[in-house]
Design a binder for this molecule. Structure first.
Ligand code: 5GP
Length: 206
C-alpha cells in the first residue's frame, strides 16, 4: 500500500520507557502526529476518551473488526487494541508523519501493509534495570511484576524483526536516537521527493 507521509511504529515491553520517549519526541517535533487507538480496556487515571484512546466495549470493538475498520489490531494483556483506518486516514491525506505507539504484533501487521514504515523497538539496558523500573512504579504486586517480566521476554524476542533498535539507558540519549531515526527516514529518496518536489523537478529527477 502506498503512503504519502512517513510512518513510524514504536514498540517496547512495558517498563522500557516507551510512553515517556514518545511524548518527548512529539513535543520536540511538530511534524509528527500520534495516532489514537481503540481499546477495550477501561480508562486509567486522567485518561480521556479520544485523547489517549477511544475506549469502547468488546461488542463495539467486534463490530469494528467485522466492518474491517482496523488497519491492525491485537490482544495485549487480556484486552484488545487496534488502529482504526479513520485514525490515520486524515493524516495520511494531509501527508503528515504519523507515530503509532503499539505492540509488536501490530507493528508486524503495519510493516506488511506499509513496507516503507520504519518499525522501531525500544529495549531496556538490562533485565535488572527493567525489573527495577517495574518495581519503582510501585503500582504492581510481585506476581504482576513477574507476569510483566515474562511478557517482556516474549515481546523482546521480536526485536530482531524490527528495522531499528533503541536502548533506553539514558533518556536524553535514547530520545536523540529516536529523533535521528525520524530524520534519517525523512531523507530517503521518496520522502525527500515528496517534501521538495520543486528541487527534484528543477534537477529533472524522477
Ligand atoms: P496500555 O494499556 O498500557 O496503554 O497499552 C498496552 C499495550 O498495548 C502497549 O504495548 C501499547 O503500545 C499497546 N497498544 C496500544 N494501542 C495499540 C494498538 O492500536 N494496536 C496494538 N497492536 N497495540 C496497541
Amino acid at each position: 500500500m502506498d503512503y504519502p507521509g512517513n510512518l513510524f511504529v514504536i514498540a517496547a515491553p512495558s517498563g522500557a520507557g516507551k510512553s515517556s520517549l514518545v511524548k518527548a519526541l512529539l513535543a520536540q517535533d511538530a511534524r509528527l502526529q500520534l495516532s489514537v487507538s481503540h481499546t477495550t480496556r477501561a480508562p486509567r487515571g486522567q485518561e480521556q476518551n479520544g485523547r489517549e484512546y477511544y475506549f469502547v466495549s468488546p461488542a463495539a470493538f467486534d463490530a469494528m473488526v467485522q466492518a474491517d475498520a482496523f488497519v491492525e489490531w491485537a490482544h495485549v494483556h487480556n484486552h484488545r487494541y487496534g488502529t482504526s483506518r479513520q485514525a490515520i486516514a486524515d493524516q495520511i491525506l494531509a501527508g503528515a508523519d504519523i507515530v503509532l505507539e503499539i505492540d509488536y504484533q501490530g507493528a508486524m501487521q503495519i510493516k506488511r501493509l506499509f513496507p516503507a514504515a520504519a518499525i522501531i523497538f525500544i529495549l531496556p539496558p538490562s533485565w535488572e534495570e527493567l525489573r527495577a523500573r517495574l518495581v519503582k512504579r510501585g503500582e504492581d504486586a510481585e506476581d504482576v511484576i513477574a507476569l510483566r517480566l515474562k511478557n517482556a521476554a516474549e515481546e523482546m524476542a521480536q526485536a530482531p524483526n524490527f528495522d531499528f533498535v533503541i536502548i533506553n539507558d539514558l533518556f536524553e540519549r535514547a530520545l536523540a536516537d529516536l529523533q535521528l531515526v525520524v530524520n534519517a527516514q525523512r531523507l530517503r529518496y521518496p520522502a525527500q521527493r515528496r517534501s521538495r518536489p520543486e528541487t527534484f523537478q528543477a534537477l529533472r529527477l524522477p
